[in-house]
Design a protein around this ligand. Structure first.
Ligand code: GP9
Ligand code: MN
Length: 622
């Protein structure tokens, strides 16, 4: 080509090609991106190119010395972003978002998990950087040092523009409205590429800051109408049945429903819970609705009856918002409110967010005696955590609302030999194998805790609510999971695996298994009604689980939804009984509702709309 002076490769082009090919290889080896046809494969292949051409193409406008430095630094930074995504994906099966990235306080706590997630061979992710470094140092014969001429540069950027349009055009035909539906990061990465995805994420981030600044109370009117129309009257017999009693809420780390009444190597995984549900209300179709904020998202759902966000952890991104969470409502009703969790108080920004939610006291790592002996994996072992917590409970003024957050059953599911009461499962997934002994351990810790509550005379005077916070086994382990379950893990099965146990124990009540479709969003009104507190004026998206009118419908944070007879996930409607794909008519009536649920809740959070609610209430009463 005449414009390019001669046929040598410039360092810019070399850097682009190396990063491009590397990114594609990483797509294929480190992420599970579902490709359905050759067009999608083509999009995946070209999607890193336009971004790389623009960013590294800037070097063409620079003098040689700065140019080389710019190329090296940029290549390194881009490789780091890619690698960070790889590591994040290994654990969360998801791509990074800016809010998550800013949670450095969490990252430093990752400790034991990081060791499992990063290996020495990961240096291979930076191989192109090393090649560039050598190329710049030794200037091999095929490298061109001079920059392109004026026309050459123009051609270069025109090609880059053409490629981005081709990419967007192809993506639009494959996935219409790609950028307006952003629940699904895999779809975004697949279509516009991981680098453009991060740019888009940056755009979303600025938009969300602007949204708060621009919001006003009038936006609350539609939402209020929606919420009021969905309000479900409490069951008369259950309303106030636990009035004045303590509430002991236990978040069970990574505990999914499939372990309940199930065995591994012929042994029960949760012998205690299996007995406990016989004397409690057990909700067998209860789903977690968490997103990237994991445990903190479940806490958010349970305390606010609002949805967490589609990106980032609301505990981080909106801890400055105004909420009307159960702790503050309960405080107004004479309760002492506390949360107990033996981890750094800043993890998930809890120390800040708990204030906003109205908790009076946070018993965190400094309130516990934590040493090497009584720790494993992420920290204090559950049994020690519960036993040490009894003292804290005894000091609390009654009645109290105390939330306990367990920790031992956390990825990578480490456990000391002496605590293993069942042997690991045997599959090719170490994660799934080790999950069973830690779940079994947690079960034992819960058994001891309940016994201590009995011994201390707390049991009879308290309602005890246990729930699973989110999944423990991600889709990365579908093969092993399928082996364990004895069925292939289809998207339908995957959605059903998002069920987590919910157990509500009320002294004097007989056990009952309830099959109503329900989720974490329903807990706040359920608890408040049991305590005899009215919720008619609250902004709750969930409804009382004991209400006779409770609708059989629940939305997951990724937009999937579950009704009495259907599961809608990955844009497919499944028959719930057979797991077969249906023609979609059974799901259709719920599309709108599922959309509004998430949209309205997001609006409240992004606009910090509850700060206007007080005013609305006074307006109405005038
Ligand atoms: C950390 C614990 C675990 O304090 O709640 O958090 P997770 O990783 O499950 O969100
Ligand atoms: Mn968790």
């Amino acid at each position: 080509m005449r414009y390019l002076k001669d046929s040598k490769v410039s360092i810019t082009v070399l850097a682009i090609i190396l990063l491009w090919i590397k990114t594609y290889i990483v797509y294929k080896t480190s992420f599970e991106i579902n490709i359905e046809n050759w067009r999608q494969e083509l999009i995946l292949f070209i999607n890193p190119l336009s971004f790389l051409m623009f960013i590294l193409g800037l070097s063409l406008l620079m003098k040689e010395k700065i140019r080389n430095r710019y190329i090296l630094i940029t290549s390194f930074l881009i490789s780091t972003v890619l690698f960070a995504n790889v590591v994040f994906y290994r654990f969360f099966n998801d791509f990074l978002t800016l809010p998550v990235l800013m949670q450095t306080s969490n990252m430093s706590d990752l400790g034991s998990s990081a060791g499992e997630l990063i290996h020495f061979r990961d240096l291979a992710y930076f191989i192109d950087f090393f090649i560039l470094l050598l190329a710049i140092k030794f200037k091999p014969a095929f490298l061109e040092n001079r920059s392109y001429g004026k026309v050459g540069k123009r051609v270069f950027f025109l090609v880059a523009i053409a490629i981005s349009f081709a990419n967007l055009g192809l993506a639009e035909t494959e996935r219409p409205q790609l950028l307006t539906r952003t629940f699904d990061r895999e779809m975004l990465v697949k279509n516009i590429g991981t680098y453009n995805y991060h740019l888009y994420d940056l755009f979303l981030q600025s938009k969300s800051s602007a949204q708060r600044a621009l919001a006003d109370g009038s936006e609350l009117v539609d939402i209020e109408n929606y919420i009021r129309a969905n309000y479900k009257k409490p069951d008369e017999e259950m309303f106030g049945i636990a009035k004045g009693k303590n509430v002991i809420l236990i978040s069970m780390e990574s505990t999914q429903s499939f372990v309940i009444n199930n065995t591994v190597n012929g042994e029960e995984i949760t012998p205690f819970l299996n007995d406990f549900i016989k004397e409690s209300y057990y909700f067998e179709n209860f789903y977690h609705q968490t997103g990237q904020g994991k445990t903190s998202d479940s806490e958010f759902l349970v305390d606010n009856s609002l949805y967490p966000l589609g990106r980032g952890a609301v505990f981080f991104t909106h801890s400055g918002n105004e909420f009307e969470a159960s702790p503050s409502i309960l405080s107004e009703n004479g309760y002492f409110t506390a949360t107990l969790h033996a981890n750094n108080k800043s993890f998930w920004n809890r120390d800040i967010m708990y204030d906003s939610l109205g908790y009076e006291r946070f018993y965190e790592i400094n309130d516990y005696d934590v040493n090497e002996e009584n720790s494993v994996g992420w920290g204090l072992k559950d049994d020690d955590f519960f036993q040490q917590s009894i003292q804290h409970l005894k000091e609390m003024p009654q009645p109290y609302y105390a939330k306990f957050i367990t920790l031992t059953n956390h990825f990578p599911f480490e456990l000391d030999e002496e605590d293993k009461m069942v042997q690991p499962y045997t599959s090719n997934s170490k994660t799934l194998n080790n999950y069973f002994p830690t779940v079994r351990y947690q079960d034992e810790a819960l058994k001891n805790f309940i016994q201590s509550l009995k011994d201390e005379g707390i049991y009879e005077n308290s309602i005890i609510i246990l729930y699973g916070d989110h999944y423990g086994i991600s889709e990365n382990h579908n093969r092993a999971m399928g082996e364990y379950l004895g069925e292939e893990v289809t998207p339908f099965v995957s959605a059903q695996l998002q069920r987590v146990p919910l157990i509500i124990h009320i002294p004097g009540h007989k056990g009952k298994t309830i099959s109503t479709v329900s989720g974490q969003i329903d807990l706040k009104p359920t608890i408040l009604h049991l305590l005899g507190i009215d919720t008619k004026r609250d902004f709750n998206f969930g409804s009382d689980l004991f209400s006779k009118d409770k609708m059989e419908f629940i939305v997951l944070r990724d937009g999937s939804f579950i009704t009495k007879d259907h599961v809608y996930t990955r844009e497919t409607c499944y028959d719930k009984n057979t797991g077969e794909v249906t023609d979609g008519s059974g799901c259709e009536p719920y599309y709108e509702k599922a959309k509004y649920e998430l949209e309205y809740s997001d609006k409240i959070i992004y606009g910090d709309l509850l700060r206007f609610y007080e005013n609305l209430a006074t307006d109405e009463s005038q």
